[in-house]
Ligand binder design. Structure first.
Ligand SMILES: Nc1ncnc2[nH]cnc12
Ligand SMILES: [Zn+2]
Length: 338
């Protein structure tokens, strides 16, 4: 039997909740700042890392949006994404559903084409070189008005066949899903799937709204759904996948201690929980680190870890045949490494 770390890193898995801007490591931030002639407000990589102490979501978002300022050209977006794919592949990720925040870039004058073409070229390279498939989720920033999300959907028009879904992220409390009902309906009419962050800091009512008003296929985070028994029953009955991000939850004080993380309670309740990294460069680890952290903190069995990996494929936007093939790969892996 291989040790826990080797088991976790080799376990075939999908990553469903990853903000590509959140994979910007301080080293790459400095390299891109130098390449683009941008002055950073930090003297060193160590100083950047030291600034990553957050007491809530907004604390983090302020630093995250500032960091993204070094991303200027399609080459920058390509380099960012390929660095993520390499790390993900080393963690057993076979498929990634990558969120990007166009407004973070277009609002500073970077063309939508630069962002998406850089990401698409890295995705093609990841498929060819690493055998890692991926799709894009275009996320709207919920602290901005719905009209801005509509403008983003318009900008994306030439690339809609390369975008799997729309998402909703940024500051949650005070920006309920209902604010974006019309733009999600417009995205649905264009054939896009929908996901939304809900119940990270916001109340269970936001999770209900995301289901009822946005028609989401998945809930990103959803931790606070546990406060509402009827909502839990609904999520179980509707087989809604929750993209849980343990290290993020800890860093953003959604949970005080990983030892109290509800990941195994979610599985026991029948919720389709998955494990993801959210913003790995900011929260201290990639998806393998997240599996390992909860495995240790909660004493998860290998079967529970395999169930989390199965949920990641069944909750993905992959076609049924691809899902079935990945599930067989998990079974084969368990037979040899379990
Ligand atoms: N965890 C998170 N919650 C909301 N918006 C985000 N943007 C990047 N990471 C996020
Ligand atoms: Zn997120």
């Amino acid at each position: 039997m291989v040790d826990l770390e080797a088991f976790v890193r080799g376990l075939p898995k999908a990553e469903l909740h990853l903000h590509i801007e959140g994979s910007l490591e301080p080293e790459l931030m400095f390299a891109l700042a130098a390449r683009n002639g941008i002055a950073l407000p930090y003297p060193s990589v160590e100083a950047v890392r030291a600034a990553y102490a957050f007491s809530n979501l907004q604390d983090f978002l302020d630093i995250y949006y500032a960091g993204a300022g070094v991303l200027q050209t399609r080459q920058d977006f390509h380099d960012l994404a390929i660095a993520y794919f390499e790390r993900a592949a080393a963690d057993g990720v076979r498929h990634a559903e990558v969120m990007f925040d166009p407004q973070t870039h277009t609002d500073r004058g970077v063309a939508f084409a630069e962002v998406i073409e850089g990401l698409l070229s890295a995705m093609a390279q990841a498929q060819a070189r690493l055998g890692l498939s991926s799709v894009l989720i275009m996320s709207f920033l919920r602290h901005l008005p719905q009209e801005a999300a509509f403008a983003t959907l318009d900008m994306a028009e030439p690339w809609l066949d390369r975008i799997a879904a729309v998402g909703l992220d940024s500051s949650e409390v005070g920006h309920p899903p209902e604010k974006f009902e019309a733009v999600f309906a417009a995205a649905a009419a264009k054939g896009l799937k929908r996901v939304a962050h809900a119940g990270e800091e916001g109340p269970p009512a936001y999770v209900h709204q995301a289901l009822d008003l946005l028609g989401v296929d998945r809930i990103d985070h959803g931790n606070r759904a546990l406060e509402d028994e009827a909502l839990v029953a609904r999520l179980v009955a509707q087989k809604i996948t929750l993209t849980i991000c343990p290290l993020s939850n800890h860093k953003l004080c959604v949970v005080d201690d990983l030892a109290e993380h509800p990941i195994d309670r979610m599985l026991d309740l029948g919720l389709k929980a998955t494990v993801n990294s959210d913003d790995p460069a900011y929260f201290g680890g990639y998806v393998g680190d997240n599996y390992l952290a909860v495995a240790k903190a909660r004493g998860l069995s290998r079967e529970a870890l395999a169930q989390l990996a199965r949920n990641s494929f069944t909750g993905s936007f992959l076609p049924a045949e691809a899902v079935a093939s990945h599930l067989r790969a998990i079974d084969a892996y368990l037979a040899t490494h379990g």
